[in-house]
Ligand binder design. Structure first.
Ligand code: NOJ
Length: 575
């Protein structure tokens, strides 16, 4: 705890001299322990099953703590492990103080936490409080009668007033966020599935319940909270009409509504400030201003947020690297002086990193996975690395809707059918972008079900586990896994990779992403070839020094021109 406080009060003066294209500036960045973390995200359902039910569990995580430590990561973010009927794999909580049966018991949790801490790693818990499960006792009470004391824990609309104004639901088969409930002849609101009714944050009792829950976990010693869908919690409870077609841009109407900053400041006072835990919100609002307001230190709300613009760039038809660079550069510049963001290209809501942003063919998979990991671990912002990406795990690519487990995919398909849309295109797109691609079992070894389970796994293991797995990569010094370990070691040893100023080099280069990171007298150049072909980049004013990491044996040069091989990624000291 003391070091956390100490960190928060230290400030470092960073003077950075930029690339040919940028001006010299100076700024101050406050140091903080959570800026220096490397987060490893575990989807517990898919990590390791120890009791033979085909579903990952906490004991499975305990078994693999040495592996997690060997990655060099410093924090683990667990997707929800609370009791849940699993309409949305734990994002529908029925008891915020209980452990999901499939995952184990509170004893397992305590053991897991102790094992994580023993290894010097922190634990970040997912807090899902935009909504609960419809099986949560609060909702059971709330729906039972209009005058129940819990009625106002949720958003209700009496049907005698007619149908409420349309609200779009992300997971509903009809796309309708109002669900009629005959028990009290009323509609309730659910931005996600009907089994995920939205909690009414305008009710102070709800907020106190949530802070209490968070304190329960903080008292157990967890080190941080990730707030699920938090940008949506505040709502105008008169439920005004939104313009026709608003759902195409629903973030503008749903995110960051009046009240949200008060709730966050209250949460900060009630929880964060008391425990010095780290806080990160999913979503960064509608624009930079929103994002800043969430994380500016003086406002005392959150430590960091994560914005989706970067991760959303990949499309089935490909993406434009110049656009990709522009997006990451603009987010970096917006937070160069105050505030802090996370940096990531994958999570449990995305398909696999290497399939979306790299190249998952056997020929290029390893090089492109190493290149993408180099990007994430050399950018400014707290890196979030998703389980399996340290191996270069790829999309499974289901062909038929029956193969999916994800409610978003299944209900999206039904909605498409209901609307008479192009279901074939929908299924084709899902094959590339579905969340289930990113949720297949961790590939531990070449045996049946990738060593994840002895039973039938809840989602099949990717057949490529026969050649792409931990066991095989442990033994290969050139594996994606061992490259990942080198990167985490570098990031921990070299503050320039955390705090250094970021300056893009040749922003219009179509295939190479090049940037420098500078901190005091330390300057490194990161060169990333995002192309399947060799790429050339002229760097006349740069003197190359010591190599920090390279995913090929050498770096080819002809005079001032550097020739990067397919998906080559290099970090090198420069003058
Ligand atoms: C965002 C989570 O990341 C996602 O997995 C979930 O389905 C929704 N929020 C609803 O909780």
């Amino acid at each position: 705890m003391t070091s956390k406080v100490l960190y928060a009060t230290l400030a470092v003066l960073i003077t950075f001299s930029c690339s040919q294209e940028e001006k010299t500036e100076s700024t101050t960045i406050t140091k903080a322990w959570w800026k220096e973390e490397i987060v490893y995200q575990i989807y517990p359902r898919s990590f390791k099953d120890t009791n033979g039910d085909g579903i990952g569990d906490l004991k499975g995580i305990i078994e693999e703590l040495n592996y997690i430590q060997s990655l060099g990561v410093t924090a683990v973010w667990l997707n929800p492990i609370y009791s849940s009927p699993n309409a949305d794999n734990g994002y529908d909580v029925s008891d915020y103080r209980g452990i999901m049966n499939e995952f184990g018991t509170m004893e397992d949790f305590d053991l897991m936490l102790a094992g994580i801490h023993k290894r010097g790693i922190k634990l970040i818990m997912d807090v899902v409080v935009n909504h609960s499960s419809d099986e949560h006792p609060w909702f059971q009470q709330s729906r039972s009668s209009r005058d129940n004391p819990y009625r106002d824990y949720y958003h209700w609309w009496p049907a005698e007033k007619g149908k409420p104004n349309y609200r779009y639901s992300l997971f509903d088969e009809q796309g309708d966020a109002w669900q009629y409930d005959s028990l009290t002849n009323s509609y309730y609101l659910h931005y996600f599935a009907a089994k995920q009714p939205d909690l009414k944050w305008e009710n102070p009792k709800v907020r106190q319940e949530v802070y209490d829950i968070m304190r329960f976990w903080a008292d157990k010693g967890v080190d941080g909270f990730r707030l699920d869908a938090f940008q949506f919690v505040a709502k105008d409870t008169t439920y005004p009409k939104f313009p026709d077609g608003f759902e195409k841009d629903f973030i503008q109407y749903y995110a960051m509504q009046p009240g949200i900053h008060d709730y966050l400041r209250e949460m900060n006072t009630e929880v964060f400030s008391k425990y010095k835990v780290m806080s990160v919100a999913e979503g960064a609002g509608r624009n930079f201003e929103d994002a800043h307001d969430l994380v500016d230190e003086v406002r005392k709300e959150l430590n960091m947020a994560y914005a989706f613009e970067g991760v959303d760039i990949a499309k089935p038809e490909g993406y434009d690297l110049v656009h990709f660079k522009k997006v990451f550069t603009k987010w970096d510049s917006a937070f160069a002086h105050d505030g802090w963001l996370s940096i990531f290209l994958a999570n449990h809501d995305q398909a696999r990193l290497v399939s979306r942003f790299g190249n998952d063919s056997p020929e290029f998979r390893d090089h492109s996975a190493k290149m993408l990991n180099t990007f994430i671990l050399s950018m400014r912002g707290t890196p979030y690395c998703y389980y399996g990406d340290e191996l270069g795990m790829t999309n499974i690519g289901f062909e038929r809707i029956e193969q999916y487990q994800d409610i978003a995919a299944i209900n999206g398909y039904k909605k498409m059918l209901n609307e008479g849309g192009d279901v074939e295109k929908y299924t084709r797109d899902l094959k590339f972008s579905s969340r289930d691609n990113g949720r297949t079992p961790m590939q531990w070894d070449e045996t049946l079900n990738a060593g994840f389970t002895s039973a039938t796994p809840w989602l099949p293991a990717n057949p490529n586990h026969v050649t792409l797995n931990v066991k095989q990569q442990q033994e290969d010094p050139n594996s994606v896994l061992n490259h990942f370990r080198k990167l985490t070691a570098l990031r921990k040893a070299e503050p320039v990779l955390v705090y250094g100023a970021y300056d893009i080099v040749q922003r219009e280069h179509p295939t190479v992403y090049a940037y420098t990171r500078t901190l005091e007298d330390r300057k490194v150049l990161v060169l990333l070839n995002f192309s399947v072909s060799e790429s050339k980049i002229d760097l006349p004013q740069i003197t190359i020094g010591k190599f920090w990491i390279n995913n090929y044996d050498d770096l080819r040069r002809e005079g001032d021109t550097i020739l990067l091989q397919p998906y080559q990624a290099v970090i090198v000291e420069v003058d």
